[in-house]
Design a protein around this ligand. Structure first.
Ligand code: GLA
Length: 389
């Protein structure tokens, strides 16, 4: 569904539920990360792209004061949020992403109005496409529309990240919320996670597109492995006597190899290499050097699989199938995207070959795993938007 169709759909859902048309409609996209994985919390670079999959909300002020009613039109579940006290974690679980953002506005002294909200998300949940960041940034965008307090998109992204830390318990970096808030149609976002400086990298060459391949193996960042990787990176930085792995070079790492465990060494090797790959990839996207970008994507995947150990059998199978199709069949590169342990792969492919590639990946993946994959293509989408105000 296009964003326009989605907006019409959520407006209808709102009217069915609350009896009149909505006053505001806002949306925020999910993302794939083209390259730069597990580098954001190491002060490195990332190169994500907003995708044409969105969290979308239709809303109006509520007659009854003191609470927000949010109706999830997909799962037919309602969350009630009491505004008379400081907002805390509560049930249902998905409402915590929303609660976390509202709490951020409360902490900034913003008076949150009573609202009725209908909500829908086309970002697959648990697929590593940042469904939670999309929901958080969408909520923050609704608050901007409903309170008239517009926020600098960077402040908005940081507020959303804090919601994820405090209300979902995931110590994520800044990538997901930044791309959802700052994405631009036809562009990737090169983000320096240390300075928070962003650069839009045009990617409007019609001869290529991104395929997103959902392995349909669930991904659970809260499981502790993510926090473990962060801690290992911090340990590596301490041993290397640098503020973060961003400041270390491959040479320095080799010299210090004996001082650290093999695990910490390999984690650091991934991060240092991945930061370099990301900077190169951005340059090659600018030059439309798709073979170059693709090669870096494969190297990134190998490093995430072997050194960082966040891939899984199903992700590796997808990358192998894509590699087998190769440039001759229209695949430039493929890698896992996002936190890992399941979720999605992203493949850079020739536009005309996309359908055949998707069909081949689906068939071979099913034959090898017994699982149905979902494949869709996306052009770089815009970040959060107020569709109706
Ligand atoms: C998750 C986190 C991001 C980032 C990626 C790995 O998506 O939310 O901040 O760390 O994993 O690159």
């Amino acid at each position: 569904m296009t964003l326009k169709d989605l907006a019409a759909h959520i407006a209808t859902e709102f009217r069915k539920r609350f009896g009149h048309p909505p006053r505001w409609i806002v949306a925020a996209p999910g993302r794939v990360n083209v390259i730069g994985e597990h580098t954001d919390y190491n002060d490195g670079f990332v190169l994500p792209m907003a995708i044409e999959r969105y969290a979308i909300m239709a809303a109006d002020t509520a007659v009854v004061p003191g609470k927000i009613t949010i109706y999830d039109t997909q799962f037919k579940e309602t969350a009630l949020i009491d505004l008379s006290t400081p907002i805390t974690k509560a049930q249902p679980k998905w409402s915590n992403y929303i609660r976390g953002v509202l709490a951020g506005f409360q902490n900034r002294g913003v008076r949150i109005p009573a609202l009725n909200v209908a909500f829908l998300s086309t970002v697959p949940i648990g697929g590593g496409l940042s469904s939670s960041a999309a929901l958080e940034v969408c909520t923050a965008t609704l608050m901007e529309a409903a309170t008239g307090r517009t926020m600098d998109p960077i402040e908005k992204a940081l507020l959303a990240q804090k919601a994820e830390h405090d209300f979902a318990g995931v110590p994520c970096g800044i990538m997901d919320q930044f791309i959802s808030a700052l994405g631009r149609e036809g562009h990737l976002l090169l983000l320096d996670c240390r300075t928070q400086k962003t650069e839009l990298v045009p990617m409007s060459d019609p001869s290529v597109e991104m395929l997103v391949i959902n392995t349909n193996v669930k991904h659970e960042l809260g499981s502790g492995e993510y926090a473990k990787r962060r801690a290992e990176c911090e340990q590596g930085a301490r041993i290397l006597s640098v503020a973060s792995l961003r400041d270390a070079t491959a040479d320095q790492l080799e010299k210090c190899k004996a001082k650290m465990s093999n695990v910490v060494y390999r984690r650091a090797r991934h991060v240092i290499g991945e930061i370099e790959r990301t900077i190169h990839a951005a340059e090659w996207v600018r030059q439309s050097n798709w073979q170059g970008v693709g090669t870096l994507m494969y190297s990134s995947h190998a490093s995430l699989r072997n050194d960082y150990e966040v891939s899984c059998k199903e992700l590796d199978i997808v990358v192998d199938i894509a590699g087998g199709i190769g440039c001759a069949g229209g695949v430039y590169g493929c890698r896992m995207t996002g936190g890992g342990f399941g979720g999605c792969c992203v493949a850079l492919v020739k536009t005309g070959a996309a359908d055949a590639i998707a069909g081949k990946i689906e068939a071979d993946y099913k034959a090898k795993t017994g699982i149905e994959a979902n494949v869709f293509s996306s052009r770089p989408a815009a970040g959060a938007t107020i569709i109706k105000s």
